[in-house]
Design a protein around this ligand. Structure first.
Ligand code: HEM
Length: 178
């Protein structure tokens, strides 16, 4: 089943969700690791190049995820959820959706702040749209940092709820998405 049905997610949404989820979790780990490297470490430049290029992939995948949501609407939350659980799930999904865009976009703003672009896996350059002021760059750095690390808590809550509904409440929640 390629499209979403009223009961479950289809192949496209499942694939996009997994790719985005693993990329974001990987990028948080990579980001944390690479900022601890010294300038002379062999991975100092490669780590950052990978982080930027994978971040651009997340931005692309997130755009496709949203376009696909319009073409093939999500199944909607499970009817067996309590009203408060439905509100919580909706709020968390909106935070996750917004973060998929805000974190890569602030990363792009930081990386192109001086007006020059950066390489996409050494294949071609992602150009800078415009140089930004130091104050805007500082704001982008803070947003990138706090939202990325804040996402750890939100993802844990999101995945924790999915596991609880799957294994404790036995509502087959994970099966709908994986
Ligand atoms: C191990 C990590 C994760 C697990 C186990 C997981 C699990 C799930 C499950 C089971 C659903 C479907 C809920 C339902 O049927 O109502 C879902 C939906 C969703 N997940 Fe995740 N997820 C994970 C990570 C992430 C990450 C990292 C993001 C993005 C930053 C994300 C974003 C979303 C969004 C936006 C939806 C709602 C899709 C829609 O609009 O219908 N998830 N997730």
């Amino acid at each position: 089943m390629i499209r979403n049905s009223t009961e479950s997610y289809g192949l496209v949404s499942k694939l996009l969700h997994s790719l985005i989820a693993f990329s974001i979790i990987g990028l948080i780990g990579l980001g944390w690791w690479m900022v601890g490297l010294s300038y002379y470490d062999a991975w100092y430049h490669t780590g950052l190049e990978l982080h930027r290029a994978i971040g651009i992939c997340v931005l692309l995948l997130a755009s496709i995820f949203v376009i696909w949501k319009v073409i093939s609407p999500s199944p909607g939350l499970q009817k067996s959820l309590k009203p408060m659980e439905k509100v919580g799930a909706k709020v968390v999904h909106i935070i996750l959706l917004l973060s998929m865009f805000v974190v890569p976009l602030t990363g792009y703003a930081i990386s192109t702040s001086s007006g020059s672009g950066f390489t996409f896996f050494g294949l071609f350059d992602i150009p800078s749209i415009m140089a930004i002021t130091d104050a805007t760059r500082d704001l982008a750095i803070s947003l990138h940092y706090y939202i990325a690390y804040g996402l750890i808590a939100v993802v844990l809550l999101h995945a924790g709820a999915a596991f609880k509904h799957q294994f404790i409440d036995k509502k087959g929640t994970l099966k709908r998405m994986f």
